[in-house]
Design a protein around this ligand. Structure first.
Ligand SMILES: NC(=O)c1ccc[n+]([C@@H]2O[C@H](COP(=O)([O-])OP(=O)(O)OC[C@H]3O[C@@H](n4cnc5c(N)ncnc54)[C@H](O)[C@@H]3O)[C@@H](O)[C@H]2O)c1
Length: 336
């Protein structure tokens, strides 16, 4: 008998660590954690097993499915936007090749165990590509079908993987003599920038807000790499985990699309800086604008229209910007 598990790839990352806590607290099914790097001991203890290695390592994947029946996948492993731009070939290999391999694995598992495998995929606002700042300002809250013209390798990878997921769910094997759906139940979320009170991000283009905050809490100076007017949507990490779990739990028939925007709040770098200075009056936050990274931020929407997620599966974030600071970020940062 293979042990039934929910597979979390990229388990050691910012989202993975927070997600594993919640999945193991719920205790519905054992967590199998997969990451290039070993998990901290306390987190590993919450999992049925941990696998340290590359999601592109075929032998490792084969060994995994010989021992475990994968019933659900949270496929988080990826190279993030800034890192992907410096190493586009590697990003394509991991972000696209890894996702394709895991979709195939989910289809194999569904066939072998004769039940659908839910496949939850964190996409990103990086799949949008607004042509200029004037269009960005005029566009306001962007809907899923708008401006799907990413300008980064990461955005291209994510948008293509959304299509691969839809393809696996609806069309995979369509020319077979007897066409049967693959059993992959694919669901994607387009996350905004995420802010965790516990972990500091690396390799993302929306990192200026969490970096600013964590530097201030640590008493270190910080130079923000975008100008004060730069604006992106953001979300507190507990809401990001709620979104993943909420979409995963939604009944299939409630879902009218395969990919959903999820939003919480949108502010400029200057307003975040003001909030950080109010919380940490001695903090030193300056600007050292990186034109190239700002160029990428300028192509991402200032805010997203998440009304389909609210309507279809009850998306309703716990935190606005005020409460994200007062009830989640600051209490945890001050006691860290
Ligand atoms: N954090 C954000 O603001 C944000 C926003 C939108 C989407 N996302 C997406 O959410 C997911 C998780 O993001 P995160 O913030 O936790 O990122 P992260 O960089 O903190 O974590 C990614 C994890 O994936 C692992 N990984 C990378 N390549 C791997 C490979 N080949 N094999 C196995 N593991 C590998 C890394 O070791 C790391 O632990 C990613 O897919 C990311 O694109 C994140």
């Amino acid at each position: 008998m293979r042990t039934p598990v929910v597979l979390v790839t990229g388990a050691n990352g910012e989202i993975g660590q927070a997600l594993i806590e919640r999945l193991s607290d719920a205790g519905d099914i054992g967590v199998l954690a997969f990451d290039l790097n070993p998990l901290p001991d306390a987190l590993a203890a919450r999992c049925v097993a941990t696998i340290t290695g590359d999601i592109l390592d075929e032998r490792l994947l084969q060994r995994m499915v010989s021992e475990y029946a994968v019933q659900q996948v949270f496929h988080l492993a990826a190279l993030l936007s800034t890192r992907a731009e410096y190493t586009p070939d590697a990003a394509h290999r991991v972000n696209v090749g890894g996702t394709l391999r895991l979709l195939a694995l989910a289809a194999e598992q569904a066939r072998r165990d004769a039940h659908a495998v839910r496949f939850i995929f964190p996409s990103s606002i990086a799949i949008y590509g607004l042509p200029d700042v004037a269009t960005k300002a005029a566009a306001g809250r962007v809907a899923e079908g708008d401006y799907n013209a990413p300008t980064t390798m990461y955005g291209c990878n994510k948008l293509y993987c959304e299509h691969l997921g839809r393809y696996y769910m609806r069309h995979f094997g369509q020319l077979n003599a007897r066409f049967e759906p693959s059993g992959v139940d694919f669901r994607a979320l387009r996350f905004p920038g995420l802010i965790s009170a516990v972990t500091v991000p690396s390799g993302g283009t929306s990192d200026f807000v969490p970096e600013m905050l964590h530097a201030a809490a640590a008493g270190s100076p910080y130079a923000c790499f975008v100008p004060e007017e730069a604006r992106l949507p953001f979300m507190a990490m507990p809401d990001a985990v709620d979104a993943l779990l909420g979409l995963a739990a939604a009944p299939r028939e409630a879902l009218s699309q395969h990919v959903y925007n999820v939003g919480s709040f949108s502010e400029s770098a200057a307003s975040f800086r003001e909030r950080v200075l109010r919380a940490f009056p001695d903090a030193e936050v300056t600007y050292a604008v990186d034109r190239a990274r700002t160029g990428i931020v300028d192509t991402w929407p200032a805010d997203v229209d998440d009304s389909p997620a609210r309507r279809d599966w009850g998306w309703d974030p716990r935190y606005g910007v005020e409460s994200a600071f007062s009830d989640y970020l600051l209490p945890q940062l001050r006691t860290a």
